[in-house]
Design a protein around this ligand. Structure first.
Ligand SMILES: O=C(O)c1ccccc1NCC(=O)[C@H](O)[C@H](O)COP(=O)(O)O
Length: 257
């Protein structure tokens, strides 16, 4: 069983538990459900392109940083020029929570990506109710048909979609309604990271698709290399979060670009 299989198995249980506690109607009645969302398609072009991620831990790295406050960190990311914020909401494998988005939403005026493993319609209503603007669809967890249906549902709810792919086969999950395509440099089976991976797959994407290089961007050279290869966005988590002061690490990074 791969780590992704384990995550999905646990996620199904988590969704079933959530459904028994909070109805769809309660989600629709919540404070943020009707809010206008921010567009990552816009900010990815108008700002640095960096989607800075708040991530306490991960299956590949264990604990990265569980000492810092989401609000302090992501407010600084916004102030310093991030195009968007990614927040892991998975608890068991990433140490995240819905509250991490809920508690920062009123203070953040750039798009927030709900980073989770989306496999059920219910989660899209959750995403809207917690104040997210964008959702991640991981091709490895979905069929092309589910990807299409979840994209349509996201748009009905006013959410944008970042489709994550890792293999050539997964290019078949792309449909023209997708807002942005992320190419994960990290193989989720063995956690190996290879930037060439995103460069290769990017060349196979339709032209004019907004593309995001995800994972394993560990220095400024990586950023410039991927930018030169035509990427619009750069999803970066660990590089900032591994520092005692992630905001300072972000500031130093962005002052060089
Ligand atoms: O990071 C992991 O170990 C991981 C394992 C299984 C599924 C997803 C995983 N990561 C999620 C991500 O996509 C990354 O957090 C994100 O791309 C940022 O990566 P990095 O800059 O390398 O922290």
């Amino acid at each position: 069983m791969t780590i992704l299989d384990k995550i999905i198995e646990r996620k199904k249980q988590e969704i079933s538990d959530s459904k028994s506690k909070i109805s769809l109607q309660q989600l629709k009645d919540s404070e943020f459900f009707g809010r206008e969302t921010y567009s990552l398609k816009e900010t990815i072009k108008s700002k640095s392109g960096i989607i800075a991620e708040f991530k306490r831990q991960s299956p590949s790295k264990g604990i990265i940083n569980d000492k810092v406050s989401p609000l302090e960190v992501v407010s600084a990311y916004e102030k310093l020029g991030a195009s968007g914020i990614s927040i892991l909401t998975d608890k068991d494998f990433f140490g995240g929570s819905f509250e991490d988005i809920l508690n920062v939403r009123n203070h953040i005026h750039i798009p927030i990506l709900r980073k989770d493993f989306m496999i059920d319609e219910y989660q899209f209503y959750e995403a809207k109710s917690m104040g997210a603007d964008v959702v991640l669809l991981i091709a490895a967890c979905l069929s092309p048909q589910q990807t299409l249906e979840f994209t349509e549902l996201s748009h009905e709810l006013g959410l944008e979609v970042l489709l994550e792919i890792h293999t050539e086969d997964e290019l078949g999950h792309y449909n023209s309604s997708i807002d942005l395509v992320g190419i994960n440099n990290r193989n989720l089976k063995d956690f190996k990271v290879d930037l060439q991976h995103s460069v290769h797959l990017k060349n196979l994407l339709p032209e004019n698709v907004l593309s995001v290089a995800e994972s394993g961007i560990y220095n400024i050279q990586d950023y410039f290399y991927l930018k030169e290869k035509g990427f619009d966005g750069f999803l970066m988590g660990e590089y900032f979060m591994k520092n005692t002061n992630p905001a300072q690490a972000f500031e130093e990074f962005i002052s060089n670009i």
